[in-house]
Design a protein around this ligand. Structure first.
Ligand code: NAI
Ligand code: SF4
Length: 441
């Protein structure tokens, strides 16, 4: 059984409220951290090996240590709660059921970064969550953990919650900052990274909800103890939101040593595939990461069990492996169509492209049109090559990762399931002619 750090108290009735959370040891980590120096907290986070849980897996302590500290200039912590990656719903769970864990993590992190103002930028579709967070913020304030002179230490912190307006691109950190500043959410060119020039041109750390929540157990048990959980550079625990063709969809906390097979088939996690169907493929890290066929998913190229962690899932690079990403684990059984699935995703990325870069703006539309043609049974073999060509021209040629995120699923689908694309072309009479256009035009 995986060790629980973030969700250990999630089953306790009323854990959403301050008094119940506090009774379970909540805010002990704040008391401990405020007696430490900011640098000592950052050091603990570095030692823990914690990596960004939003998808990129960038080392958190390193990101914090990149924060510029010019005299007299404000610094900010911004929590990225714009969780919009298809298949990803772990941060929603944390904010809805354990809002104080996030707030506690934010107090410790803000203190370590020297920030007196912090924001939670939350996706527009999570419209009921700001009230939960605001209530928790008020409770924490009343108890002396937020506001002026926290616990008599002289440290001040205000937390504000900002609801987005429903654009996926605002989860990209610089688009998020633009949106928070009241502008259209267009990604900025990096560098400069937000750690140097972020919100209102001030040094800013942008971290995912789960990343900030993980700071609490790190302070409670120490960075060194946290680093002992997991394996290699995949330390600590990770939340996985599992969905698709599984018996038990939900949010699971795993230590990153269990095999993919165990995760899919054991009753502790996904509980297997309904009706005894066979596993066809999986997208293990949210829709932006490459799809993997069952044979490559369960075993590495060396024939060893594939493990639910950063290194093992990416084993072999994009040619064979995939990525841990945001932990949005989408399972497809033998009845699912990879072509139609890719078509749905391509519509999503076309719709969500901000339109700044030509390869992304035009390429996402072209990929959708070609995929629609193939799924409708009016495609040709040359369309598969054209689709491949279009995705290659997007990858690496755009301002932000949305372009790559649109290209990779298409590339992986063709690479691993080319025969299925060819089947659609060879069997035009089997296709529903209006698929795609009817749904999306
Ligand atoms: P990234 O790799 O460009 O950056 C990671 C983080 O490290 C950023 O905060 C960046 O500012 C920081 N960083 C990198 N180099 C730095 C340097 N030299 N100095 C200072 N800071 C530096 O990736 P990004 O754009 O943050 O995230 C992309 C990932 O997000 C994708 O892999 C995807 O899995 C995930 N994603 C997650 C979503 C969700 O809903 N959770 C939605 C969409 C994508
Ligand atoms: Fe906008 Fe796409 Fe360019 Fe990102 S890659 S900046 S979403 S056009």
């Amino acid at each position: 059984m995986s060790k629980k750090l973030l969700l250990k108290d999630a089953h306790i009735e009323g854990i959403r409220y301050f008094d119940v959370y506090r009774k379970q040891g909540g805010y002990d980590a704040v008391e401990k951290a405020l007696k430490m120096t900011p640098d000592a907290i950052t050091e603990e986070v570095k030692i823990s090996g914690l990596r960004g849980r939003g998808g990129a897996g960038f080392p958190t302590g390193m990101k914090w240590s990149f924060l510029a500290k010019p005299e007299g200039v404000a610094r900010y912590l911004v929590v990225n709660a714009d969780e919009s990656e298809p298949g990803t719903f772990k941060d929603r769970y944390l904010m809805e059921f354990l809002p104080h864990l996030l707030i506690e993590g934010m107090i410790i992190s803000s203190f370590a970064l020297g920030a007196n103002t912090a924001y939670i930028y939350i996706r527009g579709e999570y419209s009921w969550i700001p009230d939960i967070l605001e209530e928790a913020i008020e409770e924490a304030k009343k108890a002396g953990f937020l506001g002026k002179n926290i616990l008599g230490t002289g440290y001040d912190l205000e937390i504000y919650v900002q609801l987005g307006a429903g654009a996926y691109i605002c989860g990209e950190e610089t688009a998020l900052l633009e949106s928070l500043e009241g502008k259209r959410g267009n990604p900025r060119l990096k560098p400069p990274f937000p750690a140097v020039k972020g919100l209102w041109e001030c040094p800013t750390v942008v971290n995912n909800v789960e990343t900030i929540a993980a700071v609490v157990p790190i302070i409670n048990i120490s960075g060194a103890e946290y680093a002992k959980i997991g394996v290699g550079r995949s330390t600590g625990t990770k939340l996985i939101s599992a969905c698709g063709n599984i018996n038990k969809p939900g949010v699971y906390e795993i230590d990153m040593t269990i095999s993919v097979e165990e995760f899919i088939y054991s009753d502790e996690y996904c509980g297997g595939i309904p009706n005894g169907k066979k596993l066809k493929a999986c997208i293990p890290g949210g829709s932006s990461v490459p799809i993997v066929p069952a044979n490559l998913l369960l075993k590495t190229i060396n024939g060893e069990p594939r493990i639910m962690n950063y290194e093992s899932l990416a084993d072999g690079g994009f040619a064979t492996g995939t990525m841990m990403g945001s932990g949005g684990f989408i399972v497809l059984d033998e009845d699912q169509s990879v072509v139609k699935h890719t078509l749905t995703l391509s519509h999503f990325y076309m719709h969500e492209s901000c339109g700044q870069c030509t390869p992304c703006r035009e390429g996402t539309g072209w990929m959708w049109r070609i995929l629609t043609k193939i799924a409708n049974g009016t495609g040709t073999m040359a369309d598969i090559d054209l689709l491949w060509d279009v995705q290659r021209k997007i990858e690496g040629n755009t301002i932000c990762p949305l372009g790559d995120a649109a290209a990779w699923p298409v590339a992986a689908a063709i690479r691993h399931f080319r025969d299925e694309f060819e089947w659609y072309i060879d069997n035009p009479e089997s296709q529903t002619r209006n698929y795609g256009l009817a749904n999306y035009a």
